[in-house]
Design a protein. Structure first.
Length: 114
């Protein structure tokens, strides 16, 4: 560790400079936070193939992840990421339920002679 005042080299555990006695300040670099997943690709896929209404909600939250991250709202970006993931799962379940209903309707229609 180097002293800012006299530029003398000091041990890493030193509290004061051994040359000039100046207090040494360790500057802690903040841990770089990783941007949360925006789930944009999954949001587009469930909007196209599962359920357009719930998929659109997932798509909005996926876009909000990047917007909130860009303005520095990291907690908001994490919340939007969780919401996007939740709405993706809701879309998948809704799409499966709709597909099951269509299959049941087709089966019942074939038994009724239509």
């Amino acid at each position: 560790m180097y002293c800012e005042k006299c530029n003398a080299e000091n041990p890493e555990d030193a509290v004061t400079c051994q040359s000039c006695g100046e207090p040494l300040v360790k500057i802690e670099q903040p841990q770089a936070e990783l941007k949360p997943n925006n789930y944009l690709v999954w949001s587009v896929l469930v909007t196209m193939f599962c359920c357009i209404f719930t998929g659109a909600v997932a798509l909005i939250y996926a876009i909000l992840v990047d917007v909130r991250w860009a303005i520095g709202d990291y907690a908001g970006a994490r919340a939007a990421s969780r919401n996007a993931r939740t709405w993706i799962w809701i879309s998948i379940v809704a799409g499966l339920l709709i597909a099951i209903c269509f299959v049941l309707m087709a089966v019942l229609n074939s038994f009724s002679g239509g």
